[in-house]
Each structure stands twice: as C-alpha cells, then as structure tokens.
Design a protein around this ligand. Sequence first.
Ligand code: D61
Ligand code: MG
Length: 421
Amino acid sequence: MGSLRAILKHPDDLYPLVKLKIAARHAEKQIPPEPHWGFCYTMLHKVSRSFALVIQQLDTDLRDAVCIFYLVLRALDTVEDDTSIATDVKVPILMAFHRHLYDREWHFSCGAKEYKVLMDEFHHVSTAFLELERSYQEAIEDITMRMGAGMAKFICKEVETTDDYDEYCHYVAGLVGLGLSKLFHASGKEDLPPDTLSNSMGLFLQKTNIIRDYLEDINEIPKSRMFWPRQIWSKYVNKLEDLKYEENSVKAVQCLNDMVTNALIHVEDSLKYMSALRDPAIFRFCAIPQIMAIGTLALCYNNIQVFRGVVKMRRGLTAKVIDRTKTMSDVYGDFYDFSRLLKSKVDDSDPNAKITKERLETILKICRNSGSLNKRKSYIIRSEPRYNSTMIVIIFIILAILLAYLSATRPRLVLWKSLCH
Ligand code: D61
Ligand code: MG
C-alpha cells in the first residue's frame, strides 16, 4: 500500500494514473486475433516495461514494424544478457541472429520468465517479421546484424575508456535510434535525420539505464556485468564493485555525478532530433522516453540510493509525463524543470561541479531560447502537496466511487491492486 501514500502525497497523480491504466487496458483489448500477431503484442506488453504503451500509440503499419523491431532486439539482448551461456556458444548466435529472422523454425532457449517464452516461441516473431513490408524488413535486418556484431565484440572486451562506452552504447541503443529513424522514413511520415542525432537519442537513454542499474548489474549472477567505463570509475575507486560499500559513499556519489555529467552531453542532439519531428504520434513515442531519462538522471544525481537499491521515478510522475507530453514546448519545459532540479543538487565541493553546471546551463539556455517556457505550468517541481478543501472532497469522492465499483466487480480488484503497486 506504499503507493496509496504516494497518491495522498501527490493527489494530482491520481487522474493521470487512472487514465494510464484505462489506456493500458484498451491497448490490451486491441491485440490482433492472428496467433503470431497476438503473441507479439502480448509479449510486447510483458517484456517491455516502458515502451509498450508508447509503441501502441503509433499508427498501424509503423506500429507493427516497431513492435517486431523491439521484440527482435529484445531477443538478441536476452542472448547477450544471459551470463550463463558460454562465450563460444553466445558469440556465433549474436553474429547470425539477423539471418535467423528468415527461418521460421529457428529458436534458442535462454533467459528467464517472460524472456524465456519469447525465446522459446520466437517462430511467432519471425512469422510476423516475414509479413512486414520489405523496406521495414531491411531496416530491422541491418540493425540486428550490426547490433549482434557489436555485442559480440564487447563479450570479449571490457568498457575501458569513455570512447569504448560510447561505442558499446552505440551498438545496443544508438543503432536502435538509427533503425527507428529508418522505419519512420520508410513509413513516409518523417525525413531521415543525420545519424549522429539518431545515435544521441539512444545514447542518452542507454547511459541513463546503465547509471540507474549499477547495483543490479554488479550483483548479476553468476557473473557481474560492468558497463561503467574504467576511465571514469578509476578516478574514485580501485574496483568498480567498491562503489557499493558504505565506506566509499563519498567517492561513489562523486563517480555517479561524473557519469550523469557524461550522459548530459547527449541532450543537445536529442532536443534537435525531436524538434525536427512532424508526426504527433511519432513525436510522443520519441519524447516520452527522453523526458523520463532526464527525470531519472535528476533523481539519481548525488543520490547514494543508486548504490543501495532501485531508484525510479514515481509511477504517478511517469503517468503525468505520458499524459501531458504533446508538443516540443512540453519537452523544453520538462527538460528545463528537470535541469533546474539537477542544478539545485550540484554541490560546489563535487570535483565536477563546474562542468556539470556548464552542461546544465547549456541545456537551460536552449530551452529558454525556444521561447516556449512561459506558456506552461510546471508540474514537476513542487515540493509539498497543495491540498485545499475542494481537493480533499474530490479525492474522497473518487476513492469512494472506485472502491464501490471495485467491490461490486470482484475480478476488477486487480485494477486497484495494480494502481497501488
Ligand atoms: C526514440 C524512441 C525510442 C528509442 C530511441 C529513439 C532510440 C533508442 C532507443 C529507443 C533504445 C533505447 C534502449 C534503452 C534501454 N536499454 C535496453 O533495453 C538495453 O538493451 C539494449 C539492447 C536491446 C534494445 C531493445 C530496444 C529497446 C527499446 C526500443 C527498441 C528496442 C525498439 C523500438 C523502440 C524502443 C538493456 O536492457 C536491459 C534492461 O534495461 O533491463 C541492456 O541490456 O543493457
Ligand atoms: Mg544487454
């Protein structure tokens, strides 16, 4: 019931949360009847925590292509991520994955839970892939080939320098950006942007993931996974895992702040990429994950919790972002708010304080120069809940209606549970 407290603390989260839940249910109801497409969309909802909803909002043929693109790469990543597969088995699978797309019989069992189902029944994904238009197939095949080769390269190589770090992130996420840009272009809805901009979109998301997932990756069984570049962490500790020990807290946070500062480099390109998009659905699909990323960085910066457990934006704030991101003004506004929040956390004693502030200032300036900041109301930076008597009455009525509704239809209790999850 921890989230009930969160809703009481942030009462205006309730409306977007309910709206999001309704949208998710609606999306689930729209799952196509053919068994292979049914499997793909069901799987998409199961394996992608954040991307399923935004993919679902795209128009039909592009949506199918992006859904298959996601599942193919998620399957490839499941092979990469399974630390129990021996290197000499793993490398050839990664290298040949793009060819398996054309073979309906092919499958390779690995991963766990829903990822294992995806791998065991991969024939549904290849069947759906074979029904896509050729231009979509070519883009997906090309990116799968390049990502598989890049992942194979890094199975045998550690992320030493920041250049290695950028190269690894290019393979696993920058290429997704390149592939998506090709798919958007093939749909006839968008121009083809420069590769460097598409790459930055992916790097910004992947670096945020790598920063946030420090503990999960280092504690991976049977073998820890290390993506933080030695060139950065060696300034603070002798071994990457030392960052998680309490006696190194000060160094750990400094290293974390260094990593966040490194990720901020990509914001400028990302904003440029998004500002060139024309289709509203594609725009939302691209913008929502980017806003979540800057929000996550603002939450992680100077936060020792990154080394102790999971640090995530609260569900209500995520729901608000999904609900309110419509135009580039919303993106500038959110980047502005989160950058200001981040800047307020920078302590002058931090070894990178100056460069961090410079990078944030650059972002703030771009947002200010967009000329769209004063048109909006910030919903991100607000320290205390603003209760008034009307609000309390409204919350009470909504809760009463919800409870009455839920107790009348027992199976729907699931809705309430998932809202409070
Ligand atoms: C616009 C909109 C979405 C974008 C984009 C531009 C540019 C790039 C990306 C999405 C990709 C961002 C990846 C960030 C999350 N990282 C991962 O999932 C890691 O795996 C990377 C390899 C598989 C990529 C699969 C993928 C992800 C998002 C997509 C997509 C394919 C296709 C279409 C749309 C979005 C990470 O996964 C494990 C984990 O996060 O738990 C890892 O293994 O490092
Ligand atoms: Mg991976």
